[in-house]
Design a protein around this ligand. Structure first.
Ligand SMILES: [Zn+2]
Length: 195
């Protein structure tokens, strides 16, 4: 570095706005947060029975070479869903399988998911239980968890879809099967249908 540049830097250091260093540090911090990478084999903090990789794996993405990497915001949504819904379910009902978690726009299109699907925001997962029926799983979540939407999909052989959106958990219960297209229903309606 030339002596002249050193001199100018020292001079600039003396006269610059005293608030500037704080702003620079803040920008650097935000920059790092935007590029935070999760180790896919790590357990999710606060949801010890779930690993990050469970929420992004997809046979379709693998087969077709579709990128399904979440952004930082998506990772945080995955963490909120796992901590607030899935871990409590796991603690009370035993092991769960996540059959579909995050879906990038491209993957969602390939799997013919709804255009406004919460899967694309990493706010939803499709799950099944190894221990209890889908109806019992649905009923337990309905009675014990906060959620934005809970969907009985193609019961009794299908899956439970649960979506969690912080600040928007209005507990909508819906039904999807050959006769119902995400119809808003009561829990009793579903129980009568599939008892
Ligand atoms: Zn779903």
């Amino acid at each position: 570095m030339s002596v002249l540049i050193k001199f100018l830097k020292v001079l600039f250091g003396i006269f610059k706005n005293p608030t500037e260093p704080t702003e620079v540090v803040l920008e650097e911090k935000i920059g790092r947060e935007e590029t935070t990478v999760r180790n896919l084999n790590d357990k999710i903090p606060g949801a010890r029975n779930f690993k990050y990789k469970e929420f992004i794996k997809s046979d379709t993405a693998l087969r077709r070479g579709i990128d399904n990497t979440p952004t930082e915001e998506h990772w945080q949504n995955i963490e909120k869903l796992a901590v607030n819904v899935l871990q409590p379910v796991r603690d009370n009902l035993g092991r769960l399988n996540i059959t579909s978690g995050y879906r990038s726009r491209k993957l969602n299109k390939a799997t013919k998911g709804s255009k406004r699907s919460l899967h694309c925001f990493a706010c939803a997962s499709d799950i099944e239980s190894e221990k209890v029926s889908l109806l019992y799983l649905l009923e337990w979540i309905y009675n014990n968890c906060e959620f934005r939407e809970l969907i009985a999909e193609f019961f009794p052989g299908g899956w439970v879809h649960v979506g969690y959106v912080e600040g928007w958990n209005v507990k909508k219960l819906k039904l999807k099967d050959k006769d119902h297209d995400y119809k808003l229903v009561s829990l009793d309606y579903i129980k009568n249908l599939y008892k």
